[in-house]
Design a protein around this ligand. Structure first.
Ligand SMILES: [Zn+2]
Length: 432
Protein backbone atom coordinates (compact mmCIF):
# COMPACT_ATOMS: atom_id res chain seq x y z
CA UNK A 1 0.00 0.00 0.00
CA UNK A 2 3.02 2.27 -0.18
CA UNK A 3 2.64 5.11 -2.68
CA UNK A 4 -0.65 3.85 -4.04
CA UNK A 5 -3.09 6.09 -5.89
CA UNK A 6 -6.76 5.13 -5.86
CA UNK A 7 -9.55 6.78 -7.82
CA UNK A 8 -12.92 6.96 -6.05
CA UNK A 9 -16.09 8.17 -7.71
CA UNK A 10 -17.98 9.32 -4.59
CA UNK A 11 -17.90 9.47 -0.83
CA UNK A 12 -19.45 6.02 -0.49
CA UNK A 13 -16.47 4.59 -2.36
CA UNK A 14 -14.15 6.45 -0.02
CA UNK A 15 -15.88 4.90 2.99
CA UNK A 16 -15.66 1.47 1.35
CA UNK A 17 -11.97 2.05 0.69
CA UNK A 18 -11.32 2.87 4.35
CA UNK A 19 -13.25 -0.21 5.46
CA UNK A 20 -11.29 -2.44 3.08
CA UNK A 21 -8.04 -1.04 4.43
CA UNK A 22 -9.17 -1.63 8.02
CA UNK A 23 -10.13 -5.20 7.22
CA UNK A 24 -6.78 -5.80 5.63
CA UNK A 25 -5.15 -4.16 8.65
CA UNK A 26 -6.89 -6.52 11.07
CA UNK A 27 -5.72 -9.54 9.12
CA UNK A 28 -2.15 -8.42 8.56
CA UNK A 29 -1.36 -6.24 11.53
CA UNK A 30 -0.41 -3.39 9.17
CA UNK A 31 -2.14 -0.06 9.45
CA UNK A 32 -2.85 2.68 6.94
CA UNK A 33 -2.02 6.09 8.34
CA UNK A 34 -5.06 8.04 7.14
CA UNK A 35 -3.70 11.33 8.44
CA UNK A 36 -0.68 10.96 6.17
CA UNK A 37 -2.80 10.01 3.16
CA UNK A 38 -3.88 12.79 0.88
CA UNK A 39 -6.87 13.27 -1.34
CA UNK A 40 -7.74 15.61 -4.10
CA UNK A 41 -11.33 16.29 -5.14
CA UNK A 42 -12.16 16.76 -8.78
CA UNK A 43 -15.53 18.09 -9.91
CA UNK A 44 -18.37 18.69 -7.43
CA UNK A 45 -18.27 16.88 -4.11
CA UNK A 46 -20.97 17.37 -1.49
CA UNK A 47 -19.20 16.21 1.61
CA UNK A 48 -21.53 14.84 4.26
CA UNK A 49 -21.04 16.71 7.53
CA UNK A 50 -22.04 13.63 9.55
CA UNK A 51 -19.05 11.56 8.42
CA UNK A 52 -15.78 13.52 8.33
CA UNK A 53 -13.58 12.93 5.29
CA UNK A 54 -10.83 10.51 6.38
CA UNK A 55 -7.89 12.01 4.39
CA UNK A 56 -6.15 15.37 4.25
CA UNK A 57 -7.76 17.25 1.38
CA UNK A 58 -5.34 19.02 -0.92
CA UNK A 59 -7.02 22.03 -2.52
CA UNK A 60 -4.59 22.68 -5.39
CA UNK A 61 -1.91 20.11 -6.05
CA UNK A 62 -1.08 16.56 -5.14
CA UNK A 63 2.26 14.82 -5.60
CA UNK A 64 2.14 11.33 -7.05
CA UNK A 65 5.39 9.42 -7.49
CA UNK A 66 7.38 12.65 -7.46
CA UNK A 67 5.25 14.53 -9.99
CA UNK A 68 2.67 17.23 -9.23
CA UNK A 69 -0.90 16.86 -10.48
CA UNK A 70 -4.04 18.88 -9.89
CA UNK A 71 -5.18 22.24 -11.08
CA UNK A 72 -3.57 24.25 -13.86
CA UNK A 73 0.07 24.93 -13.15
CA UNK A 74 0.86 21.43 -11.85
CA UNK A 75 3.14 20.79 -14.82
CA UNK A 76 5.04 24.02 -14.33
CA UNK A 77 5.35 23.32 -10.60
CA UNK A 78 6.85 19.90 -11.37
CA UNK A 79 9.28 21.40 -13.87
CA UNK A 80 10.32 24.24 -11.58
CA UNK A 81 11.26 21.70 -8.93
CA UNK A 82 13.30 19.72 -11.43
CA UNK A 83 15.00 22.83 -12.79
CA UNK A 84 16.06 23.84 -9.29
CA UNK A 85 17.69 20.43 -8.92
CA UNK A 86 19.43 20.82 -12.29
CA UNK A 87 20.75 24.24 -11.32
CA UNK A 88 22.27 22.86 -8.12
CA UNK A 89 23.89 20.03 -10.06
CA UNK A 90 25.27 22.30 -12.75
CA UNK A 91 26.48 24.74 -10.10
CA UNK A 92 28.63 21.99 -8.60
CA UNK A 93 29.97 20.82 -11.96
CA UNK A 94 30.79 24.41 -12.91
CA UNK A 95 33.39 24.52 -10.14
CA UNK A 96 35.52 22.05 -12.08
CA UNK A 97 37.60 22.89 -15.08
CA UNK A 98 35.88 20.90 -17.78
CA UNK A 99 36.31 20.93 -21.54
CA UNK A 100 33.24 21.33 -23.77
CA UNK A 101 33.55 17.61 -24.43
CA UNK A 102 33.40 16.96 -20.69
CA UNK A 103 30.48 19.31 -20.19
CA UNK A 104 28.49 17.61 -22.97
CA UNK A 105 29.09 14.33 -21.13
CA UNK A 106 27.87 15.81 -17.83
CA UNK A 107 24.74 17.09 -19.57
CA UNK A 108 24.04 13.69 -21.10
CA UNK A 109 24.74 11.53 -18.06
CA UNK A 110 24.02 13.77 -15.08
CA UNK A 111 21.52 16.43 -16.12
CA UNK A 112 19.27 14.69 -18.64
CA UNK A 113 18.30 11.81 -16.29
CA UNK A 114 17.06 14.35 -13.68
CA UNK A 115 14.54 15.64 -16.24
CA UNK A 116 13.58 12.54 -18.23
CA UNK A 117 11.24 11.10 -15.63
CA UNK A 118 9.11 14.24 -15.40
CA UNK A 119 8.94 14.42 -19.19
CA UNK A 120 6.98 11.17 -19.22
CA UNK A 121 4.20 12.82 -17.23
CA UNK A 122 4.35 16.40 -18.47
CA UNK A 123 5.92 17.63 -21.70
CA UNK A 124 8.08 20.70 -20.98
CA UNK A 125 6.47 24.10 -21.72
CA UNK A 126 8.15 26.49 -24.13
CA UNK A 127 9.28 28.57 -21.15
CA UNK A 128 10.75 25.50 -19.47
CA UNK A 129 12.59 24.56 -22.68
CA UNK A 130 14.02 28.07 -22.89
CA UNK A 131 15.16 27.98 -19.28
CA UNK A 132 16.87 24.61 -19.83
CA UNK A 133 18.63 25.85 -22.97
CA UNK A 134 19.81 28.98 -21.18
CA UNK A 135 21.21 26.93 -18.31
CA UNK A 136 22.92 24.49 -20.68
CA UNK A 137 24.76 27.18 -22.63
CA UNK A 138 25.68 29.21 -19.59
CA UNK A 139 27.31 26.05 -18.31
CA UNK A 140 29.06 25.38 -21.63
CA UNK A 141 30.52 28.88 -22.04
CA UNK A 142 30.82 29.84 -18.40
CA UNK A 143 29.05 33.11 -19.15
CA UNK A 144 25.84 34.52 -20.57
CA UNK A 145 27.50 35.04 -23.94
CA UNK A 146 27.48 32.21 -26.49
CA UNK A 147 30.54 32.09 -28.71
CA UNK A 148 29.25 29.64 -31.31
CA UNK A 149 25.68 29.30 -32.61
CA UNK A 150 23.58 26.84 -30.61
CA UNK A 151 22.36 24.98 -33.70
CA UNK A 152 26.03 24.25 -34.49
CA UNK A 153 26.79 23.07 -30.97
CA UNK A 154 24.07 20.40 -31.24
CA UNK A 155 25.50 18.90 -34.43
CA UNK A 156 27.55 15.73 -34.27
CA UNK A 157 31.33 16.29 -34.10
CA UNK A 158 31.85 14.74 -37.55
CA UNK A 159 29.52 17.40 -38.96
CA UNK A 160 31.38 20.24 -37.28
CA UNK A 161 29.40 20.43 -34.03
CA UNK A 162 30.16 19.51 -30.45
CA UNK A 163 27.46 16.91 -29.85
CA UNK A 164 25.88 18.95 -27.04
CA UNK A 165 22.63 17.15 -26.19
CA UNK A 166 19.58 19.13 -27.24
CA UNK A 167 17.82 18.48 -23.93
CA UNK A 168 14.45 20.16 -24.69
CA UNK A 169 14.12 18.13 -27.89
CA UNK A 170 15.08 14.93 -26.07
CA UNK A 171 12.48 15.63 -23.38
CA UNK A 172 9.75 16.44 -25.86
CA UNK A 173 10.71 13.29 -27.77
CA UNK A 174 10.36 11.25 -24.57
CA UNK A 175 6.79 12.45 -24.08
CA UNK A 176 5.83 11.98 -27.73
CA UNK A 177 7.35 8.50 -27.87
CA UNK A 178 5.37 7.51 -24.81
CA UNK A 179 2.15 8.73 -26.41
CA UNK A 180 2.81 6.90 -29.67
CA UNK A 181 3.85 3.67 -28.03
CA UNK A 182 0.96 3.73 -25.59
CA UNK A 183 -1.71 4.32 -28.19
CA UNK A 184 -0.42 2.43 -31.20
CA UNK A 185 1.61 -0.40 -29.77
CA UNK A 186 0.43 -1.47 -26.35
CA UNK A 187 -2.19 -4.15 -26.04
CA UNK A 188 -5.71 -3.36 -24.96
CA UNK A 189 -6.58 -3.16 -21.32
CA UNK A 190 -4.10 -0.71 -19.87
CA UNK A 191 -5.70 2.36 -18.33
CA UNK A 192 -3.02 4.65 -19.70
CA UNK A 193 -3.70 3.41 -23.20
CA UNK A 194 -7.45 4.05 -23.09
CA UNK A 195 -6.97 7.48 -21.57
CA UNK A 196 -4.36 8.51 -24.15
CA UNK A 197 -6.40 7.16 -27.03
CA UNK A 198 -9.39 9.19 -25.95
CA UNK A 199 -7.51 12.37 -26.80
CA UNK A 200 -4.82 11.23 -29.19
CA UNK A 201 -6.77 9.27 -31.78
CA UNK A 202 -8.29 12.41 -33.33
CA UNK A 203 -4.76 13.87 -33.48
CA UNK A 204 -3.36 10.76 -35.11
CA UNK A 205 -6.00 11.06 -37.80
CA UNK A 206 -4.57 14.48 -38.63
CA UNK A 207 -1.24 12.72 -39.26
CA UNK A 208 -3.07 10.10 -41.37
CA UNK A 209 -1.96 7.37 -39.02
CA UNK A 210 -4.70 4.94 -39.91
CA UNK A 211 -5.30 3.45 -36.51
CA UNK A 212 -8.61 5.23 -36.34
CA UNK A 213 -11.11 3.14 -34.44
CA UNK A 214 -14.34 5.00 -33.84
CA UNK A 215 -15.83 2.18 -31.80
CA UNK A 216 -13.91 3.41 -28.75
CA UNK A 217 -14.59 6.78 -27.15
CA UNK A 218 -12.59 9.76 -28.40
CA UNK A 219 -12.56 13.46 -27.69
CA UNK A 220 -11.70 16.37 -29.92
CA UNK A 221 -11.01 18.71 -26.99
CA UNK A 222 -7.40 17.76 -26.55
CA UNK A 223 -5.74 18.96 -23.33
CA UNK A 224 -2.74 21.24 -23.81
CA UNK A 225 -0.14 18.60 -22.94
CA UNK A 226 -1.14 16.55 -25.98
CA UNK A 227 -1.28 19.62 -28.18
CA UNK A 228 2.46 19.70 -28.79
CA UNK A 229 2.63 16.07 -29.92
CA UNK A 230 1.51 16.59 -33.50
CA UNK A 231 3.53 19.79 -33.69
CA UNK A 232 6.65 17.85 -32.72
CA UNK A 233 5.99 15.13 -35.32
CA UNK A 234 5.46 17.71 -38.07
CA UNK A 235 8.37 19.92 -36.95
CA UNK A 236 10.80 17.04 -37.35
CA UNK A 237 9.08 15.34 -40.31
CA UNK A 238 8.56 12.09 -38.46
CA UNK A 239 5.17 11.23 -39.93
CA UNK A 240 6.45 8.12 -41.67
CA UNK A 241 8.18 6.56 -38.66
CA UNK A 242 6.92 3.06 -37.78
CA UNK A 243 5.33 2.69 -34.32
CA UNK A 244 8.07 0.39 -33.00
CA UNK A 245 10.79 2.94 -33.80
CA UNK A 246 9.39 5.56 -31.47
CA UNK A 247 12.15 5.55 -28.88
CA UNK A 248 13.62 8.86 -27.66
CA UNK A 249 17.17 7.92 -28.67
CA UNK A 250 16.14 6.73 -32.14
CA UNK A 251 14.03 9.83 -32.70
CA UNK A 252 16.87 12.09 -31.57
CA UNK A 253 19.26 10.28 -33.89
CA UNK A 254 16.87 10.81 -36.82
CA UNK A 255 16.56 14.50 -35.97
CA UNK A 256 20.36 14.87 -35.84
CA UNK A 257 20.64 13.02 -39.16
CA UNK A 258 18.80 15.94 -40.74
CA UNK A 259 21.60 18.33 -39.72
CA UNK A 260 23.70 19.68 -42.56
CA UNK A 261 27.50 19.53 -42.68
CA UNK A 262 29.21 22.65 -41.33
CA UNK A 263 31.35 24.10 -44.08
CA UNK A 264 34.90 25.30 -43.60
CA UNK A 265 35.44 28.58 -45.52
CA UNK A 266 37.57 27.94 -48.60
CA UNK A 267 37.19 24.16 -48.47
CA UNK A 268 34.90 21.79 -50.38
CA UNK A 269 32.11 20.06 -48.43
CA UNK A 270 33.82 16.67 -48.81
CA UNK A 271 37.03 18.08 -47.30
CA UNK A 272 35.05 19.68 -44.46
CA UNK A 273 34.07 16.22 -43.24
CA UNK A 274 37.74 15.20 -43.13
CA UNK A 275 38.57 18.35 -41.18
CA UNK A 276 35.83 17.69 -38.58
CA UNK A 277 36.93 14.07 -38.27
CA UNK A 278 40.50 15.27 -37.63
CA UNK A 279 39.28 17.81 -35.07
CA UNK A 280 37.23 15.22 -33.21
CA UNK A 281 39.90 12.50 -33.45
CA UNK A 282 39.99 10.13 -30.49
CA UNK A 283 43.79 10.42 -30.72
CA UNK A 284 43.62 13.98 -29.35
CA UNK A 285 43.02 15.06 -25.77
CA UNK A 286 39.64 16.65 -25.09
CA UNK A 287 41.37 19.98 -24.52
CA UNK A 288 43.00 19.84 -27.95
CA UNK A 289 39.73 18.80 -29.60
CA UNK A 290 38.13 21.91 -28.11
CA UNK A 291 40.98 24.23 -29.09
CA UNK A 292 41.16 23.01 -32.69
CA UNK A 293 37.40 23.13 -33.04
CA UNK A 294 37.12 26.62 -31.57
CA UNK A 295 39.95 27.91 -33.73
CA UNK A 296 37.84 27.00 -36.77
CA UNK A 297 34.36 27.73 -35.46
CA UNK A 298 35.30 31.06 -33.90
CA UNK A 299 34.80 29.99 -30.31
CA UNK A 300 38.01 31.50 -28.96
CA UNK A 301 37.71 34.82 -27.14
CA UNK A 302 40.12 36.54 -29.53
CA UNK A 303 40.35 40.30 -29.70
CA UNK A 304 38.57 40.56 -33.08
CA UNK A 305 35.67 38.56 -31.60
CA UNK A 306 35.58 40.46 -28.28
CA UNK A 307 35.93 43.85 -29.95
CA UNK A 308 32.94 43.16 -32.22
CA UNK A 309 30.89 42.60 -29.04
CA UNK A 310 32.21 45.69 -27.28
CA UNK A 311 34.11 43.60 -24.76
CA UNK A 312 37.60 44.67 -25.74
CA UNK A 313 39.03 48.07 -26.59
CA UNK A 314 41.24 46.83 -29.40
CA UNK A 315 40.85 44.25 -32.12
CA UNK A 316 44.56 43.99 -32.93
CA UNK A 317 47.12 41.27 -32.22
CA UNK A 318 49.14 42.14 -29.09
CA UNK A 319 52.34 41.54 -31.08
CA UNK A 320 51.43 43.11 -34.42
CA UNK A 321 50.19 46.71 -34.47
CA UNK A 322 47.11 47.23 -36.65
CA UNK A 323 46.72 43.58 -37.63
CA UNK A 324 43.46 42.02 -36.53
CA UNK A 325 43.75 39.15 -34.07
CA UNK A 326 41.83 36.32 -35.76
CA UNK A 327 42.56 32.64 -35.30
CA UNK A 328 44.29 32.30 -38.66
CA UNK A 329 46.50 35.26 -37.69
CA UNK A 330 47.24 33.93 -34.21
CA UNK A 331 48.06 30.37 -35.29
CA UNK A 332 49.59 31.01 -38.69
CA UNK A 333 50.23 34.50 -40.08
CA UNK A 334 51.58 36.08 -36.89
CA UNK A 335 55.41 36.25 -36.91
CA UNK A 336 55.36 34.72 -33.45
CA UNK A 337 53.58 31.61 -34.79
CA UNK A 338 55.96 31.39 -37.75
CA UNK A 339 58.94 31.83 -35.42
CA UNK A 340 57.78 29.03 -33.16
CA UNK A 341 57.24 26.74 -36.16
CA UNK A 342 60.85 27.51 -37.19
CA UNK A 343 61.98 26.60 -33.69
CA UNK A 344 60.10 23.31 -34.05
CA UNK A 345 61.81 22.41 -37.33
CA UNK A 346 63.49 19.37 -35.83
CA UNK A 347 60.25 17.98 -34.36
CA UNK A 348 58.47 18.66 -37.66
CA UNK A 349 61.09 16.86 -39.74
CA UNK A 350 59.79 13.51 -38.39
CA UNK A 351 56.51 13.98 -40.19
CA UNK A 352 56.28 17.02 -42.46
CA UNK A 353 59.06 19.32 -43.68
CA UNK A 354 58.83 22.86 -42.27
CA UNK A 355 58.86 24.45 -45.74
CA UNK A 356 55.84 22.43 -46.89
CA UNK A 357 53.72 23.35 -43.90
CA UNK A 358 50.57 25.41 -44.63
CA UNK A 359 47.77 26.92 -42.55
CA UNK A 360 45.65 23.90 -43.62
CA UNK A 361 48.01 21.63 -41.70
CA UNK A 362 48.05 23.80 -38.58
CA UNK A 363 44.32 24.54 -38.42
CA UNK A 364 42.70 21.56 -40.16
CA UNK A 365 45.14 18.68 -39.97
CA UNK A 366 45.37 18.58 -43.79
CA UNK A 367 48.97 17.73 -44.70
CA UNK A 368 50.53 17.88 -48.16
CA UNK A 369 51.43 14.52 -49.70
CA UNK A 370 50.96 11.15 -48.10
CA UNK A 371 53.06 10.38 -45.03
CA UNK A 372 51.10 7.36 -43.84
CA UNK A 373 48.52 7.22 -41.05
CA UNK A 374 50.89 7.13 -38.12
CA UNK A 375 53.10 10.00 -39.28
CA UNK A 376 50.01 12.08 -40.07
CA UNK A 377 48.58 11.37 -36.62
CA UNK A 378 51.84 12.42 -34.97
CA UNK A 379 52.01 15.53 -37.12
CA UNK A 380 48.45 16.49 -36.20
CA UNK A 381 49.22 16.00 -32.52
CA UNK A 382 52.29 18.18 -32.90
CA UNK A 383 50.13 20.88 -34.54
CA UNK A 384 47.78 20.71 -31.58
CA UNK A 385 50.58 20.99 -29.04
CA UNK A 386 51.87 23.95 -31.06
CA UNK A 387 48.47 25.67 -30.99
CA UNK A 388 48.18 24.96 -27.26
CA UNK A 389 51.57 26.65 -26.67
CA UNK A 390 50.64 29.64 -28.86
CA UNK A 391 47.34 30.05 -27.05
CA UNK A 392 48.99 29.88 -23.63
CA UNK A 393 51.73 32.35 -24.65
CA UNK A 394 49.09 34.71 -26.03
CA UNK A 395 47.04 34.59 -22.82
CA UNK A 396 50.11 35.10 -20.61
CA UNK A 397 51.08 38.11 -22.68
CA UNK A 398 47.63 39.69 -22.58
CA UNK A 399 46.54 38.80 -19.05
CA UNK A 400 49.86 38.81 -17.16
CA UNK A 401 52.10 40.87 -19.43
CA UNK A 402 54.57 37.97 -19.45
CA UNK A 403 56.54 37.21 -22.60
CA UNK A 404 57.27 33.56 -23.29
CA UNK A 405 60.34 32.89 -25.41
CA UNK A 406 60.45 30.39 -28.28
CA UNK A 407 62.51 28.18 -25.99
CA UNK A 408 59.80 28.28 -23.28
CA UNK A 409 57.17 27.44 -25.89
CA UNK A 410 59.25 24.61 -27.33
CA UNK A 411 59.65 23.13 -23.84
CA UNK A 412 55.90 23.35 -23.38
CA UNK A 413 55.33 21.58 -26.71
CA UNK A 414 57.70 18.83 -25.56
CA UNK A 415 55.90 18.33 -22.30
CA UNK A 416 52.53 18.17 -24.11
CA UNK A 417 53.95 15.59 -26.53
CA UNK A 418 55.21 13.62 -23.54
CA UNK A 419 51.64 13.60 -22.17
CA UNK A 420 50.53 12.05 -25.44
CA UNK A 421 53.11 9.30 -25.27
CA UNK A 422 52.02 8.57 -21.68
CA UNK A 423 48.43 8.43 -22.91
CA UNK A 424 49.44 5.96 -25.64
CA UNK A 425 51.37 3.82 -23.21
CA UNK A 426 48.45 3.51 -20.80
CA UNK A 427 46.12 2.70 -23.73
CA UNK A 428 48.60 0.03 -24.78
CA UNK A 429 48.73 -1.42 -21.27
CA UNK A 430 44.95 -1.55 -21.15
CA UNK A 431 44.91 -3.49 -24.41
CA UNK A 432 47.56 -5.89 -23.12
ZN1 LIG B 1 50.49 38.89 -34.57
Amino acid sequence: MDDVTIFCADQRSVTALVQTCEKFGKASGAKVNCGKSEAMLFGEWHLASSAPFPFTIKPDFIKILGVWFGKEGAALKSWEERLAKVNTKIGLWSLRHLTIEGKALVLRNEVLPVLQYTAQAWPPHVTVCRAITRTVFRFIWGSKMDRVKRSVMYKEPRKGGKGVPDIPTLLRAAFVCDCVRRTLQQKNGSAGRSMSRLFLLPLWRGLSWDKWDSSIPYNWHTPWFYGGVVKFVREHQLEGLKPDLWKPKTVHKLIRAQDSMELVPGLAAATAETVWTNVASAKLTNGHKDLSWMAIQGGLPLRSFMHARNLCKTRYCPRCPFVEETSSHLFWQCPFAQGLLDALELELSDCVPRNRLTHCAVLYGLFPGNFGDEATREAWRLMNCFKDAIWLARNRLILKKERMSFLDCRRLVHSLLRDYSIMDRSDQEEED
